[in-house]
Design a protein around this ligand. Sequence first.
Ligand code: DC
Length: 351
Amino acid sequence: MKKPVIAIDGPAASGKSTIAKALAARLNIPYINTGNLYRAVAWFALKKGIVEDDLNDAGLKPILDVMSLTYIVGDSGYQICVNGEFPGKALRNPEITALASPISAIPSVREWLISLQRNFADSGMIVMEGRDIGTVIFPEARYKFFLTASPEERAHRRLNQGGETVDGATVESVAIEIAERDQRDSTREVAPLKQADDAIFVDSSGLSIEQVVDFILDKIRSHFSQYRVPYADTDQMGVVYYANYLEYFERSRTEMLRDAGLPYRELEKEGFFLPVSEVNCRYFSSAHYDDLLIFKSIVSEIRGPRLVITTEVFCGEKLLVRGVVTLACVNKAGRPCRIPDILTQACPVIP
Ligand code: DC
């Protein structure tokens, strides 16, 4: 079964954090920056007086043995807590930035952080960014993106961002530092930075944050199904008879749930039934015999027992119909009940 994770991997300064944060805000789900976990280990190691010769499994062992790393949820989102302390902004210091990369190449450090990272997906859909989320941590993540940008753009972004660069840094010096880090992150033996085979490549050069987030949301939405219109679906005018759209919406919804690893039958077996309580349909253009229709369905609202699924029907690029179907969840006794967590976890709400 797919994991409820939107994985965003990519090299340093590719805009992952900004995009992951904006995406999580749009979807109203949590966001985890896994680079901060490696930075936290670097921060603690530095505090414990680590020296270059200790940058190996044996050298890190006494540090990991006494280190406890947790996430505390507060008003300003998640905060990393290391042995009762909050390193906060210190995690972005140039010193920590430089040390996090060799630290992250040490196998025992990666091993140590694996279960912590996997536990994040236990309570619903999350956005997680890093280097190996789609390849090692969650190879079965529901959505995977590999984000990058041109070396110049990344150097500019890092410099404008401030904090992580040393005083007097220039675009050239930052570009060299980023290239070195890329080289180290992608050639290390354990979990090197690389695009997962099934990840969608996104080059964000020259694009605004909004544009990248919209692109990603569109990909998340476009879990679509296709259907060729048979003659029997058309009326005397040769266009698809309106009542057939209800069946199309059902078909698309069933396929969306099946793709999410949650077949309709499974929900019924768990004792949840989803009868339709309302349908709104808006027609923009008509479909004809033999047209290849593309259906894009998303969960657009979950509130209490209400589940709203929006299905858009396209022919090529042309939007033909938008259907908004409200389902009311009921239990075996026929009483309204909350939409079950298994469903919320499988399908992100895309408003
Ligand atoms: O994304 P960042 O710059 O905060 O990451 C800090 C370091 O941690 C970076 O050099 C690569 C490493 N890292 C990793 O190896 N795997 C991850 N999932 C995230 C970060």
